[in-house]
Design a protein around this ligand. Structure first.
Ligand code: ADP
Ligand code: MG
Length: 256
């Protein structure tokens, strides 16, 4: 067998799950994503940090096509993102997203929230979907809440249901956009712990967060954005102890 040499830092092509190449996006005159090149490997946990307005949410939204882009390309598992139709619904299932505001269906029970997509998009039977939903609700620690409505749950519980709902679709990658920013302080850890476990289980994750403890312990890589650009990226250890850019140094001095 021929030997394959892979340099230590290079990502083998087969392991590239999400690839953004030269992505640009404007909102009117505002150039919100500027020449973004970003490759996320299968199983990698990437934490995205940066000042408010730097384009972090837009980046996440572009990856599951809640926002279109003006130029460049984004691919998932080797295929360009579809723009519409059934393919788009499938993409949204493949790219799980958890938002700051939990975004559960208010008029569905917790269990229904976690079964709906499985039945409609993944074409599972109700029984199969419910079995999976109960297992996932158990995994995120809210099994006993299955028959309640979202408003009857605490914020931390709702966010864990939102994570279970995304996981029920068996996504290839999970995007978290400030998942703990709307939570009361005492509920932040219960959500971060679920995310930590997910990271340990090998899920590919992109996490926008201000929780630097999570970044330090769970991230393989920190991506620092400012003004629509990726200013620098490094392992958490390198980034937090020796940021290279003035922008990152300034940002860290304000939050740490
Ligand atoms: P972040 O998540 O880093 O705070 P965003 O991606 O939400 O940043 O926003 C980046 C910039 O784009 C901000 O200046 C924001 O006001 C602007 N923006 C975001 N969404 C829209 C939109 N739909 N229309 C116009 N401007 C937007
Ligand atoms: Mg944001």
């Amino acid at each position: 067998m021929a030997e394959v040499s892979v340099t230590k830092d290079a990502v083998p092509a087969a392991d590239e799950l999400v690839v953004l190449k030269n992505v640009n996006k404007h909102f009117g005159a505002l150039h919100v994503l500027q020449d973004i090149d970003l490759t996320i490997a299968r199983g990698e946990v990437v934490v995205v940090i940066g000042p408010s307005g730097s384009g972090k949410s837009t980046l996440c939204r572009a990856i599951n096509r809640l926002e279109g882009i003006d130029s460049g390309s984004i691919s998932l598992d080797g295929k360009p993102l579809p723009a519409e139709g059934k393919e788009l619904a499938r993409l949204r299932a493949d790219v799980g997203m958890v938002f700051q505001s939990f975004n559960l269906f208010a008029h569905k029970t917790v269990l229904e929230n976690v079964t709906l997509g499985q039945i409609k998009v993944r074409k599972k039977s109700k029984a199969e979907a419910e079995e999976k939903a109960r297992a996932l609700l158990d995994r995120v620690g809210v099994a006993t809440q299955a028959d309640k409505y979202p408003a009857q749950l605490s914020g931390g519980q709702q966010q864990r249901v939102a994570i279970a709902r995304a996981l029920a679709m068996e996504p290839k990658v999970m995007l978290f956009d400030e998942p703990t920013s709307a939570l009361d302080p005492e509920m932040i850890n219960e959500v971060l712990e679920v995310m930590q476990q997910l990271a340990r289980d090998g899920m590919t994750m992109v996490v926008v967060t201000h929780e630097m403890g999570f970044a330090r312990s769970a991230a393989n890589r920190v991506v620092f954005m400012a003004d629509g650009q990726i200013v620098e990226q490094a392992t958490p250890d390198k980034f937090f102890t020796a940021p290279r850019s003035d922008r990152a140094k300034d940002f860290l001095s304000k939050i740490l």
